[in-house]
Design a protein around this ligand. Structure first.
Ligand code: TIU
Length: 222
């Protein structure tokens, strides 16, 4: 057991590293690179790319210290039987889920755009969860994996802060997991949503969890 105390908002938090997982949400080309789903919705994808380097640093630390790393990807089966019509038809994007773009069919499993960016590519032994929704617990075996490994705290990273990261943190919090969101490892197409999204997590005594960053985590873990 290695217990460390991480500086965080609203207060420092103690975690046992053996009971902690690093969960990286949806760091996929479709969200982070031009010509993917994010851009098809009218977003500037460069805003998310600041999260890549700190996520890579965290990954490196986790791999060197045998911490459980879990990657998620948002996307759908090629036949799209798991894609709600209400999701596919939402808004007026330039391309819809399932349409063919420069990185293959948008948000479809197996396509290049659906894959995780090269800088954060999963390695053997790191579970990769395919999720059809925004939350990483919805219709996945994430909770089973975490319970089987005796995990009670999650270091959470990924995109976007107010959409898939927030949804996942809320789901995890209701299931009794303590979430420490690493702000510099997250990103949003809307900088004010990122800032407010993080504030919402730590407000009211940490209503959804704690907010810290990779620097504060690494100095606590050193
Ligand atoms: N992964 C994730 O956040 N999916 C989204 O669709 N996010 C947006 O901000 N659109």
């Amino acid at each position: 057991m290695t217990t460390i105390s991480i500086e965080a908002d609203p207060a420092p938090i103690e975690i046992d590293l053996a009971k902690t997982a690093f969960v990286i949400i949806d760091m996929q080309r479709d969200f982070l690179e031009p010509d993917g789903f994010g851009e098809s919705l009218g977003n500037d994808v460069s805003l998310l790319r600041t999260a890549i380097a700190p996520c890579a640093t965290m990954l490196n630390w986790c791999r060197g210290n045998n911490a459980l790393v879990i990657h998620t990807r948002e996307g759908h089966r090629p036949d799209m039987t798991d894609a709600p019509l209400a999701k596919v038809q939402r808004g007026s994007p330039s391309m819809r889920i399932g349409d063919t773009g420069p990185m293959g069919r948008i948000l479809i499993r197996g396509e290049a755009g659906h894959g995780i960016v090269d800088e954060l590519a999963p390695v053997d032994g790191e579970p990769v969860l395919d999720k059809p929704g925004k939350g990483a617990f919805y219709q996945t075996d994430l909770e089973l994996i975490l319970r089987n490994r005796g995990i009670d705290a999650l270091l959470v990273a990924g995109v976007t802060t107010e959409v898939c990261v927030h949804t996942t943190v809320r789901e995890a919090n209701d299931r009794g997991f303590r979430c420490i969101v690493l702000g510099d490892c997250c990103g949003s197409y809307f900088p004010d949503f990122h800032t407010t999204g993080l504030k919402m997590i730590a407000a009211q005594g940490g209503i959804f969890g704690w907010v810290s960053d990779s620097t504060r985590f690494l100095s606590a873990a050193a």
